[in-house]
Design a protein around this ligand. Structure first.
Ligand SMILES: Nc1ncnc2c1ncn2[C@@H]1O[C@H](COP(=O)(O)OP(=O)(O)O)[C@@H](O)[C@H]1O
Ligand SMILES: [Mg+2]
Length: 586
């Protein structure tokens, strides 16, 4: 319990850190809310003079106007300050939610590849989209109600003590009982909120997977399976929603019941006191009014626990993401215009949570301007080598040098600035053709350069044929284009980047023979002036490479020029024979 409290307080204080920049508005809103809260008992207080002095035959004409006006006045003041308080708090909470979302997104972009490999993207999306909302209640309505109702409760209690301290003690005792009940529920609410978040994430996960696989689902008749999966996740969502409704609805009723018992005791006691002349009618009505006004405030204070627990559960999820450690970047050296000499030294790498190494004892040297082809069966580690070069992962053993500098000592930014990549799974954004080619640090590249890159990638022709040319929006991941067209945009992007090191990972796999030949020419031009690692699905396209490296189960089993390897009649020759097309091209 105390640990829970401490943890809760820690989370809350971190949330409040986000409020700090808005502290002026926060203080203003607090004041407004407190004033609104203090108005609450004024009505009760008014009852005593109204009944004892106001409602009698000889009342003055001045009081006849003043007392009713006072009632309206109290509500006007309460209304104005209540509005200002709500507005200020909403302003802050929306600001806090926005700041937290932005922080989370910024973090997501910096997390290591390993994090994204083990965490489903929908979970991250759900954390940023859903969970943050839980905080907004905790940051505003909670604070508003906490202030307004606490002030109201304190002032009402003060008034009650002043009127009749004995009865007030009864009220206190009941509040104690209510407090115990509320505490018992708070733990449960928090657990339920966490369950609710997980259910939301599951729905999101099933949904996003289905949306990305509509074609496969339809063709392989996966509808029933997907429907069941989705229904299971929504029913989990519903289960948690109902459970938390039961918890919060019942605590509300329990609080009310205790309040009613307190009221009954008060009525009984007052009836007794009136008989003994200890109180007046005005005092009695005022006491009852204050009591009745105390109830909604107490109820709101007891309900406050639900948004607080929701907020804490949300904060827990949010900070678990924000606290993830960034992609390691201990490098301090800037890599500026390298010649592109690459060396892998006794490098081994095992994916986190994998049993066998993906690469073992890799020794490989690529001279500046050379083109080295990586070939081997799928799963032999070709793509992994390129990921390590771009430091998407770090070697478990050994090191990688560029121009003699260990890449782990180079800043990530400058390392990646010098590498251009075209991979098999093309990534395009739902934006214009222009923005897709001139992406990231190239976003302000002049149009002529973009056009030249598109021409070199053999993409200019089809781009010009699009309804709005370079300004055409290409749809989610470019789904309004064919596979080959998408790949050519990716190639144009890499050409525009003009980096000294080029990685082509099955860059032309989606092209037909005809356009592959055209793009191949473009790529060969591109490869001439830079160090290139090329992975090709068709061996016919890499026969002119300066060196061919054959990988098998993460090890280099052969390397040399095409002719040498053919003559050796080893692993490469075997691969070649499995591709009759490549043999013919020879
Ligand atoms: N993110 C990953 N996590 C764990 N294992 C992986 C990951 N990516 C690839 N692997 C494994 O590493 C090996 C090499 O994969 P990869 O380099 O993609 O092969 P290739 O590109 O030659 O087809 C394979 O056995 C594959 O299962
Ligand atoms: Mg691969």
């Amino acid at each position: 319990m105390t640990n829970d409290l401490r943890e809760g307080a820690r989370l809350y204080s971190r949330l409040l850190n986000y409020v700090r920049p808005h502290w002026r508005i926060f203080i203003g809103a607090l004041l407004a809310t407190a004033i609104a809260g203090a108005m609450e008992p004024a009505v009760a207080a008014l009852m005593k003079p109204l009944l004892d002095d106001g409602i009698r035959p000889d009342v003055g004409s001045w009081e006849k106007i003043l007392l009713p006006l006072a009632v309206v006045g109290i509500f006007v003041v309460r209304g104005v300050f209540g509005f200002l308080g709500d507005y200020g708090m909403a302003w802050i909470s929306n600001g806090v939610v926005q700041d937290i979302r932005n922080d989370m997104f910024r973090r997501v972009l910096r997390l290591p590849s390993a994090y994204h490999e083990k965490t489903p993207s929908s979970q991250t999306i759900s954390q940023i989209v859903n969970d943050v909302n839980g905080v907004s209640g905790a940051a505003t309505s909670v604070v508003t109600s906490l202030i307004q109702d606490s002030v109201a409760v304190i002032v009402l209690l003060g008034w009650l003590f002043y009127l009749n301290w004995k009865l007030t003690l009864v009220t206190f005792a009941m509040m104690g009982v209510i407090g115990i009940a509320v505490r018992a529920y708070s733990k449960r609410m928090r657990r339920l909120s966490r369950g609710q978040q997980e259910a939301n994430a599951l729905v999101m996960h099933v949904l996003s997977e289905a949306m990305h696989s509509l074609k496969v689902i339809r063709i392989f008749g996966g509808e029933a399976y997907e429907n069941k999966r989705f229904a299971d996740s929504t029913s989990l969502q519903r289960k948690f929603a109902m459970k938390s409704t039961i918890a919060s609805a019942s605590i509300g009723q329990i609080v009310r019941l205790f309040a009613a018992i307190a009221l009954a005791i008060v009525i009984a006691a007052v009836m007794h006191q009136v008989a003994d002349d200890e109180t007046t009618v005005g005092g009695f009505v005022s006491f009852i009014t204050a009591m009745l006004m105390l109830i909604p405030s107490l109820k709101r204070l007891s309900d406050i626990n639900a948004p607080i627990q929701r907020g804490l559960a949300a904060a827990e999820s949010i900070f678990s993401l924000i606290d993830q450690v960034d992609e390691e970047d201990l490098g301090t050296t800037e890599l500026s215009s390298p010649r592109g000499h690459i060396r892998f030294e006794q490098m081994s790498f095992t994916y986190p949570q994998a049993e066998v190494p993906a690469l073992a004892g890799i020794d490989l040297e690529v001279a500046p301007g050379e083109t080295v082809a990586l070939v081997g069966a799928s799963g032999s580690g070709k793509t992994t080598i390129t990921s390590l070069l771009a430091r998407l992962h770090s070697p478990t053993q050994g090191r990688i040098l560029i121009d003699g500098t260990d890449i782990s000592t180079i800043t990530l930014r400058s390392l990646r600035r010098n590498i251009a990549l075209v991979s098999q799974d093309v990534t395009l954004f739902n934006d214009t053709v222009l923005a897709n080619i001139a992406y990231g640090e190239q976003h302000s590249a002049p149009l002529e350069k973009v056009e030249a890159a598109a021409a070199a990638a053999n993409a200019l022709e089809f781009i010009k044929a699009l309804p709005e040319g370079f300004a055409t929006v290409i749809g989610e991941n470019g789904n309004r284009l064919s596979g080959g067209q998408r790949q050519r945009l990716a190639i144009a992007r890499a050409i525009l980047k003009d980096a000294p090191i080029l990685i082509l990972d099955e860059a032309t796999s989606a092209l037909d023979n005809e356009s592959e030949r055209l793009v191949q020419d473009a790529l060969e031009n591109l490869m001439k002036q830079r160090t290139t690692l090329v992975i090709a699905h068709r061996l016919s396209t890499i026969q002119n490479s300066d060196k061919i490296v054959v990988l098998s189960r993460g090890r280099i089993v052969e390397s040399g020029k095409h002719a040498e390897l053919v003559a050796r009649n080893g692993a490469y020759a075997q691969l070649l024979h499995s591709q009759p097309e490549a043999v013919l091209a020879k």
